[in-house]
Design a protein around this ligand. Structure first.
Ligand code: SF4
Length: 203
């Protein structure tokens, strides 16, 4: 583990956000599975990182009920998001995390950013080292210039950032930047855990 990650973990602990480190995604998957009791309800946010962990089927095999709107027909997605909002455990990533432990996220629908801070009993937030940035300004820049354009392309959204890789503060129906959250410290009604992975994951 490098010095930057060690300092980030110390900063998170000072904010009452527990954290662990995994050297790679295989170890991260094992750690996440060990944190989720059998028979719990697990909500999953829109997250390429969680998809890359590949633990959905294992969760089901151990008896968990999984709510993931990516896995249901479009007309059922909103109901699935609402089920995830009150799950025992919510699994997601963060768009960016600062060196001093601030989590910055931008959402289109808002379900993910809400579920990270209130609703589920516990949020497990998995982040690759590629999402560690210097400060909140760098976090917002990363989201607008890296995460959002790549997500827009993944979802075939007709946003200008999908074409240029830069934010144009679009006003289109397809806009993906509608709700921004900045988590400065652990919220009082949810147990928050950050798992830092020592390799790049998601975007
Ligand atoms: S505001 Fe629009 S152009 Fe800017 S990053 Fe968000 S979706 Fe892309």
């Amino acid at each position: 583990m490098d010095e930057q990650i060690q300092e980030l973990m110390s900063a998170l602990e000072r904010k009452r956000i527990s954290c662990t480190f995994a050297a790679n995604r295989t170890e991260a998957a094992e750690k996440v599975l060990s944190m989720i009791p059998a028979d719990s309800n697990v909500g999953i946010g829109g997250s390429v990182t969680i998809q890359e962990l590949g633990i959905e089927e294992t969760l089901k095999e151990k008896g968990c009920e999984v709510y993931w709107h990516w896995r249901v027909p479009k007309e059922e997605a909103d109901a699935e998001r609402r089920r995830a909002l009150t799950a025992d455990v919510y699994l997601c990533s963060t768009n960016a995390i600062t060196e001093d432990g601030v989590l910055v996220n931008i959402d289109g629908t808002g379900n993910r950013v809400v579920s990270m801070v209130y609703g589920p009993k516990k949020a497990v937030i998995v982040t690759g080292k590629n999402k560690i940035v210097k400060d909140v300004d760098s976090a917002l820049k990363r989201i607008k210039e890296v995460a959002c354009p790549l997500n827009a392309r993944r979802l075939n959204r007709a946003t200008p950032c999908a074409k240029t890789g830069k934010c144009h503060d679009c006003k289109t129906e397809e806009r993906m930047c509608n709700v921004t959250t900045i988590i400065e410290r652990a919220p009082s009604s949810i147990e928050m855990h950050v798992l830092i992975v020592g390799e790049d994951m998601g975007f």
